[in-house]
Each structure stands twice: as C-alpha cells, then as structure tokens.
Ligand binder design. Structure first.
Ligand code: 6GU
Length: 253
C-alpha cells in the first residue's frame, strides 16, 4: 500500500508514523509513506499558499493552485491515472463521513491513497471539486488541521495490510469486526494490590477460557457501547443472555 500525504506540516506526519508497528511496516516495505509539502508548490514569490477569503470572515484559505500542483505531482505517477481513473484522494474534514472500521477495510483494498490535509479555515472549494474523491472526518469535534486525522487513517488502514501485523498482534480487529469490544486482559502477577486474576484464566481449560472471554466481550459491549450490540454477531443463546441481563438491570427480575 502506498500512502501520499499532501500537507503544510510533513515533519509532523513523518514523525508521527515512523515509530512502533507502522514505522516497522515502512522499514519492511509493506507500506510506503510519501509526504508532499504543499508549500513547495507555492506560486507566490514569498512562498505563500494562503490568502484572505472572498466575502470576508475570519482566517485564511489555502489557495487552489499550490494544492492542485502538489496533487498533480503525485497523481501523474499513479496507477489509477494510467488506467484513465482518478486516484483515490481523501480530504480530511469535520464535514466528512465519520471514519469507521468498515471504511478502514474498504480503503485497505486500494493500492494507493492520497490524503489532503487542510489547515486554517480550509481549502479553496474549486480544487476540492477537482481532486477529492472522499470526504472523511474522524469524529464530531474540531481539530486544527487534517494531519492527525490522516495519521489516524494511515495507522488504521496499515494494520489491515498483509504482513504489517505479526501474528500475535492481529487479534483485536476480529472482535471489533463482530461489533463486540475486546475482553479484559491480565498478566503477571496473579495478585496485584490484592486484586486477583480471574481463576478461570489460570485453569488451563481452553474451552472455558474462550467461553468466559466471549461473555466478557458481550457484557463489556453492553456496558460501554450498547449502540454496537444491535449489529453484533450473537448466537440465539447469547441474545437470550443479553435480554436477561437487560431485564435484570431494569429491575424486571
Ligand atoms: Cl478530518 N479535520 C479536522 N480539522 N477536524 C476534525 C476532523 C478532521 N475530524 C474530526 N475533527
């Protein structure tokens, strides 16, 4: 998977992604990360890339031409363009569709993704119309720029790319994919500040451990993310357990 990030702050993006699992994935060649500084494509003798908004108002707007040239520098070499298609270009904006694991899986199917990060009051609408294929937000709050959201997306998408995760790192998505949260984890010591590890985990009975973890996942999802449960993959027996627990919590039995 090849990632390109068009940004005014390339160092921030590179530094944020060159550590730990994603850093290792870049070193091992499972993914590539190309940061493109929009300022390098300024058409102004002072290297400026922003100007006042037409119609007035607060803040500055990033101009269309430097963004277009930065995009073109990447797009002209893309496989998509050679096939007569527009390369997938994601504009990070609180006005986008809210990022979700199903979107992660869809984007992970692409060979190449371009991220466009805005700052200030945004980017001239005309270049967005020209280059952007997807508008994505990472949640309902406002950030100062698209760099952190781009890094969030690169991280989430990369961990779905074959080879990026070692076998012992790949567990967590599966449980989330079933719309259930992860079960609680414990490590040594068996007794910490008087709190004991649940005995079943020390029993060596693999089937019992699995059943306990499944139940914990369901209970945790009920408590913390009840909105997910409607789409969770539950057996009839598990649905009955959920109903029973709900009735109990509502004092019906
Ligand atoms: Cl993608 N950008 C900005 N600036 N703020 C956000 C966001 C994106 N997603 C949530 N808040």
């Amino acid at each position: 998977m090849d990632f390109h990030v068009l940004t005014l702050f390339p160092d921030m993006v590179r530094q944020g992604l060159n550590t730990s699992i994603i850093g290792r994935a870049i070193k091992d060649g499972h993914i590539t990360l190309n940061t493109v500084n929009i300022r390098d494509f300024s058409v102004n003798k002072h290297n400026r890339v922003d100007d006042y908004p037409y119609g007035g108002g607060a803040g500055m707007v990033i101009q269309a031409e430097p963004v277009y040239r930065a995009w073109e520098s990447v797009a002209k070499n893309s496989k998509a363009i050679k096939q007569g298609k527009k390369p997938r270009c994601i504009y990070l904006t609180p006005q986008g569709k809210v990022f979700h694991q199903t979107m992660v899986e869809e984007f992970a199917q692409e060979e190449e993704l371009i991220f466009l990060c805005g700052h200030y009051e945004g980017i001239d609408e005309r270049v967005l119309e020209e280059v952007v294929t997807d508008y994505v937000s990472i949640g309902d709050y406002v950030l100062t720029g698209g760099e952190l959201p781009a890094m969030v997306m690169v991280d989430a998408i990369s961990r779905m790319v074959p080879g990026v995760l070692a076998n012992d790192e790949s567990g967590t998505t599966e449980s989330f994919e079933g719309n259930l949260l992860e079960y609680p984890q414990y490590s040594r010591p068996e007794d910490w500040m008087g709190k004991k590890v649940p005995a079943i985990l020390l029993s060596g009975d693999h089937a019992k451990v699995e059943a306990w973890r499944r139940e914990q996942s369901i209970k945790r999802t009920m408590e913390r993310r009840p909105d997910l449960l409607a789409d969770a993959d539950l057996t009839a027996k598990e649905k009955a357990m959920v109903e029973h627990l709900l009735d109990k919590s509502q004092g019906k039995c």
